[in-house]
Design a binder for this molecule. Structure first.
Ligand SMILES: Cc1cc2nc3c(=O)[nH]c(=O)nc-3n(C[C@H](O)[C@H](O)[C@H](O)COP(=O)(O)OP(=O)(O)OC[C@H]3O[C@@H](n4cnc5c(N)ncnc54)[C@H](O)[C@@H]3O)c2cc1C
Length: 490
């Protein structure tokens, strides 16, 4: 890479805080039911049909909100992280399904003494009534969509095909549900309930237009092209992109971008952490492990090939760090964003102690080890390189085995773990293990920052804590919907 021009300090890009996002989500999902309740749009003689209507309105709102949570909007995910946003998207899909189930069940079991015979005859009437066709189809398709997304995401089909199919099915579910609401729901005729749903539908449509029309144009606007692409090891390549000077692209060390190779639609794009620093612009460097079609084709890319760059994205940046020591834990190709951050700290001659634990399969897989050690010379730096197998030609320079609390204690000797910030990036199993030993080593939960390369919810302590918070938000939607029904029944 060429030498850096100027250092850009990490800064928080404009994005909504977690609290603001929670308030917005509650307002947008439970708000239409509350508005309809206030205006009398859910009127019925007894409580259960009112609650059923409130659940129906909320289910529709939740389905429409799914388009906003999956649209990779930095204003939405910039502060909390895209992995958490996608985790919320998945959890909210299940909650929307539960809301649909509540909507149906409450209508089926309404009345003073619902006998099994009456419930079954109502069910048969719903399934066969022409007015209910779109509602039934929407609910059925929503079940299929969520089960398939949970069980087969990225398996069996090429990822872009899966993504397109998922998006198209989601549009169909929402369109059918909207039609069902317009045909059957009284609240759609009143200005408050109907207006709120119309606004959400417009936002969902705007989000689709942005993702499929605006973003593809924006990604190529910077004019990035392949400058060089080469293999570093049998499984890892380095890709360097360059754009004309003054491209306008900016990022913080540790962030990532979606890359589209060649002049294709961005639906084929893949996310990669930027391994260079902002001062290297207009060049961007990536370290890419062969994982499939796109990543495996990287070393064969010809110089000059246009590359769409959608970004920057992600909250895995030094803006999340405190004033205390910085501990980086990287597994395999997870070293890419860590390299960017350590390089940034080195160029800045940062005074904070910087510690690194990097794991790889063999010593040769520590592809940027020499570079890291060189960067460490300008820092209060210590590193531990771990390997699963193999030895260096010059003798053992890496330790065998996985990271333990003993390793962390050794690296952090003389430093205060409670004041440290840990940045973790690597395969899911390694992240889970790392979160556990970091907590055992005294690093506070809210000072463990993670970058997930698979967007899966994960099963570590940090993820579990986040999931509990998300579940609380979704439970609040159900509570507000019940409150809306209570208001409407007065
Ligand atoms: C925030 C983030 C940063 C990443 N940074 C790096 C990096 O610096 N270096 C690196 O080698 N890898 C990185 N990855 C992983 C990388 O994106 C995948 O390995 C790559 O997309 C595989 O694509 P493929 O076409 O080669 O393989 P495919 O055969 O298409 O897919 C293999 C697997 O990769 C995942 N995947 C594919 N496309 C996408 C997509 N568009 N979005 C999310 N997941 C996808 C799927 O789980 C799929 O099962 C990162 C991932 C994320 C989410």
């Amino acid at each position: 890479m060429t030498q850096q021009r100027t250092l850009s300090l990490p800064h928080r890009r404009p994005a909504l805080s977690g609290t603001a996002l929670v308030v917005l989500y509650l307002a947008m999902t439970a708000g239409p039911a509350l508005a309809a309740a206030a205006i009398g749009g859910m009127h019925a003689p007894t409580f259960l049909p009112i609650l059923a209507r409130a659940a129906g309105i909320a289910a529709l709102a939740m389905l429409l909100m799914q388009f906003l949570t999956s649209g990779r909007f930095e204003i939405v995910s910039g502060r909390i992280g895209l992995d958490r946003t996608m985790g919320f998207h998945r959890l909210a899909a299940t909650a929307a399904l539960l809301m649909i189930a509540a909507h149906v069940a409450l209508f089926l079991f309404r009345g003073a003494q619902p006998s099994l015979g009456r419930v079954l005859s109502r069910l048969a009437a719903y399934l066969t009534s022409p007015a209910m066709t779109t509602g039934v189809a929407s609910a059925g398709l929503a079940v299929v969509l969520i089960v398939v997304a949970r069980s087969f995401r990225g398996r069996g089909l090429p990822y872009p095909a899966w993504r397109l199919g998922h998006g198209a099915a989601a549009v169909l579910v929402a369109a059918l549900a909207l039609h069902h609401g317009v045909v059957n729901a009284r609240f759609m005729a009143d200005p408050a309930g109907g207006g709120a749903i119309a606004l959400l539908a417009a936002l969902a449509l705007g989000s689709l237009a942005f993702v499929y029309v605006v973003r593809p144009i924006q990604a190529f606007r910077h004019g990035f092209r392949v400058e060089s692409a080469r293999r570093l090891t049998a499984t890892v390549s380095e890709l360097v992109l360059a754009a004309p000077a003054g491209t306008g692209f900016d990022f913080d060390a540790g962030q990532f971008a979606w890359l589209t190779i060649g002049r294709r639609h961005t639906v084929t794009d893949n996310p990669f952490s930027i391994a260079s620093v902002p001062g290297d612009l207009p060049r961007l460097r990536f370290l890419i492990r062969d994982a499939g079609d796109m990543s495996g084709a990287v070393p064969g890319l010809a110089p000059g090939t246009p590359v769409g760059v959608d970004g920057p994205h992600g909250s895995f940046t030094l803006a999340a760090a405190g004033q205390g020591p910085l501990l980086f834990v990287a597994g395999g190709i997870g070293i890419a964003p860590v390299l960017s951050m350590i390089r940034h700290l080195s160029l800045d001659a940062d005074r904070r102690p910087v510690r690194l634990v990097a794991g790889a399969r063999t010593p040769g897989d520590h592809v940027v080890r020499a570079e890291l050690d060189e960067l460490g010379r300008r820092l209060d730096f210590a590193a531990l390189y771990l390997v699963d197998e193999g030895e260096d030609a010059d003798g053992p320079s890496c330790e065998r085995g996985t990271c333990t609390t003993g390793h962390i204690a050794g690296l952090m000797h003389g430093l205060e773990p409670a004041a440290a910030t840990a940045f973790v990036c690597g395969p899911p199993a390694m992240m889970e293990h790392a979160a556990r030993i970091l907590l055992d080593s005294g690093i506070p939960l809210d000072r463990i920052v993670m970058e997930r390369f698979d967007f899966d919810a994960g099963n570590d302590e940090v993820c579990k804590a986040v999931r509990r918070r998300f579940t609380g938000v979704l439970a609040a939607v159900f509570a507000l919907v019940a409150a809306a029904a209570l208001v409407a029944s007065r």
